[in-house]
Design a protein around this ligand. Sequence first.
Ligand SMILES: Cc1cc2nc3c(=O)[nH]c(=O)nc-3n(C[C@H](O)[C@H](O)[C@H](O)COP(=O)(O)OP(=O)(O)OC[C@H]3O[C@@H](n4cnc5c(N)ncnc54)[C@H](O)[C@@H]3O)c2cc1C
Length: 244
Amino acid sequence: MVMNQLVDSPGARSRIVIVGAGYAGYHCARHLERSLPRGAAEIVIVSPADYMPYTSLLPEVGAGTVDPRHIAVSLSGTLRRTRHVPGHAVGVDFTNRSLTVAGPDGQRRELGWHRLVLTPGGVSRTLPLPGILEQAKGFNNIAEALYLRDHVLGQLELADASDDPAQRQARCTFLVAGAGTTGTEVAAQGQLFTRAALRPTRGSAPASCAGCWSTAPRPSCPSWARGSPARPCASCAAAASTCG
Ligand SMILES: Cc1cc2nc3c(=O)[nH]c(=O)nc-3n(C[C@H](O)[C@H](O)[C@H](O)COP(=O)(O)OP(=O)(O)OC[C@H]3O[C@@H](n4cnc5c(N)ncnc54)[C@H](O)[C@@H]3O)c2cc1C
């Protein structure tokens, strides 16, 4: 709900506004702090989060081996000369050099700028894989990594509570779409995670599976080359599977 509109015009000093505090935005602010003489410019970073996530370790957060706090680089703790404006940039007026920011409190703020840096990153690609939009979850940020961890644990608990072998098997099977570095690491970490999680309930765990993680499709998969695979081809699925 929009309550009112705040206007924040730049003063005499040059104001540089950076949208997004991911890898690019964070390092842009850091570089500007180091290279500009003190007081030469006002640096502002617009970000919904007050930290920069160190994404390389997201698979470990998803697997519960790394605490999310340890991959969150605090903006206020490390960018001493940068002002953080919490919220999402929702509009830019290039003529009047003004950015519209929607804050977490529902308020909108017009933020004037002399220089604007847009680093909002990307979004999860859905790829030409049927079912991805309806079934899959993204894996781009800390919230999604924590969701994955909780979801996997929930599925293992439901499998443990079920008497139906097919359902138990299905609940213990996870498919990672995309077999690049991240997908492979998620599958590997996932397998370690599910094995460890099932250890205390080994007696009643699904007989054949301590968590089956597959990455699909591989870039060389012929189904993938045709562009619309309903599922990876059998040999690809077999080769990519890391069933424990
Ligand atoms: C799981 C995972 C593992 C990875 N591992 C590696 C690795 O090991 N090595 C490697 O080199 N790369 C890795 N990458 C890729 C790397 O994270 C990206 O290349 C890099 O983060 C891109 O930086 P960016 O600043 O462009 O975008 P991001 O880091 O995605 O940052 C964009 C930021 O902008 C914010 N934002 C978006 N829209 C708005 C808006 N409207 N207003 C304000 N803020 C907004 C987002 O919240 C986000 O924080 C990995 C990526 C993932 C997802």
